[in-house]
Design a protein. Structure first.
Length: 462
């Protein structure tokens, strides 16, 4: 799910275990073995992310080699776009924006650059979004940057403060001059309120806001190394699905991200943020279609015995759609976040562990009366769009308690035996082994299930 890549989730290149620590000699991935000492799970995970960002790939059977990824111009995904709006103007309230649905690429991901073209509908939607957001925040921009709206230099201060954050890099002197001249002209013609709105709107409509350009610095041959600001953006949109924060911008400004240890340290810091947990969950949600939990049809009359007894049959439907499914929908998110970021951090744990975090209110309905709570509880929150990602100023749309349990190992092992995934891949009355198998072949093993080639034509032209 890295920004600006067209790679599929599967790679046919064998991977080396994470316990081997690697030194990346450049930001583009000139890799040499450093030391083979074990590292902590958390450090190994951070190192893996750092290596992915540096475009380092290694093989257990082949010598390390320099692999340079293609860098087509990448547009912000919907979640990245909305997150960027929120973070730019925080703590001001940003109104929700409506963008066209994204086209999923192979693997379910929504940020495939080959498909993320700027359609006319998207351009219109982003123009409406820029106008609406700018109108909402304009009255408070002076206070946000700490200037007096009555001061003629206040608009310039807004440009100096917000434009580099909006474009995620320092502006050239010529860019600042043009933006400042426009702001002065609007101020003279319309007054501060409208001028502030138009200034904010111009920042948001610029390609520098809506895209993630990777121009880089000259390297060997036809390769280019990412500059510090591009690397900071790639890192933050990969780990957080959002823009760099102040600490990461400071690292970029001081050119500290080219150092391997500094980069790993920055990844560790970012992984401790709530945004990383939700970004990790979002990656797996797209990969394994967990958004489909609750989207398929179900015959509630057929399954009535599985739910609490209600006097009115309609109450069963109310319980299922308003309590059971909303809590079950985020069960895999908690499972992934806990195992990857707090647990072993291995694929084996995701696929085989019977340690789960299940909705406290529907525990016995989903897993039976004999399941016993074994550990702590976690409150999982979501927001009105994927962009908020735990920001302190956003109001949660959903907050549910999930309790740690050990499920019966003879029945449950890993992500694909959770009640949430099984329900999303079942029919209205019966399980659907074919649907589940096809999903795993496609998303886990990267194999398409084609119709058999020896099926005879139907008789009678039916």
């Amino acid at each position: 799910m890295g920004p600006g890549t067209t790679s599929l989730p599967c790679s046919h290149e064998p991977a080396r275990p994470l316990h081997a620590k690697i030194e990346c000699k450049s930001r583009l991935g000139r890799c040499e073995p450093r030391s083979m000492r074990p590292v902590t799970t958390r450090g190994a995970l951070a190192l893996a992310v750092a290596l992915a960002l540096a475009a380092c790939r290694e093989s257990q059977d082949e010598p390390l080699r320099h692999v340079v990824d293609a860098a087509p111009l990448a547009r912000l995904s919907n979640a990245q776009y909305q997150s960027s709006l929120r973070e730019l103007f925080a703590p001001l309230e940003v109104p929700p924006v409506s963008l066209p649905a994204e086209v999923e690429g192979r693997g379910g991901f929504r940020n495939n650059v080959a498909l993320a073209t700027a359609s006319a509908a998207l351009a219109e939607a982003q123009q409406r979004a820029a106008m609406g957001v700018a109108a909402a925040v304009a009255p408070d921009l002076a206070a946000l940057v700490g200037c007096d709206a009555e001061d003629s230099s206040c608009l310039r201060a807004i440009v100096d403060e917000l434009a580099p954050r909006a474009w995620r890099r320092p502006l050239l002197a010529s860019e600042l001059a043009i933006m400042g001249e426009d702001a002065d002209a609007w101020l003279a013609s319309y007054g501060f309120g409208v001028a502030a709105q138009l200034t904010a709107q111009s920042m948001l409509l610029a390609p520098e806001f809506g895209y993630l350009p990777r121009i880089g610095e000259p390297g060997d041959g036809d390769t280019r190394a990412l500059d510090p600001w591009e690397l900071a953006s790639r890192l933050s949109y990969f780990v957080w699905i959002g823009p760099p924060d102040e600490a990461l911008r400071s690292r970029a400004a001081n050119d500290q991200l080219g150092d391997h240890d500094a980069l790993v340290g920055e990844v560790l810091r970012m992984l401790g943020d709530a945004r990383a947990r939700r970004a990790m969950a979002q990656f797996h949600r797209e990969l394994f279609d967990f958004d489909e939990v609750g989207a398929n049809a179900i015959d509630l009359d057929h399954h009535a015995d599985a739910f609490p007894p209600f006097e009115d049959p309609e109450e069963t439907g109310d319980y299922y759609w308003n309590e059971y499914i909303p809590q079950l929908r985020h069960e895999p998110d908690v499972f992934v976040a806990e195992h990857v970021l707090e647990g072993d951090g291995t694929l084996g744990a995701l696929l085989t562990s019977n340690r789960a975090w299940v909705p406290s209110g529907t525990l016995q309905v989903a897993y039976g009366a004999n399941v016993v709570r074994t550990g702590r509880s976690i409150t999982w929150t979501t927001y009105d769009d994927a962009a908020a990602l735990g920001a302190a100023y956003a109001e949660p749309e959903f907050a549910g308690e999930y309790v740690e349990v050990d499920l019966d190992p003879s029945q449950r092992a890993g992500l694909f035996t959770l009640a949430s995934w099984l329900s999303a891949t079942a029919g209205p009355r019966q399980p659907s082994p074919v649907r589940r198998g096809a999903r795993l072949l496609d998303r886990l093993l990267c194999r398409e299930l084609h119709p058999p080639g020896d099926v005879p034509p139907l008789e009678g032209g039916a």
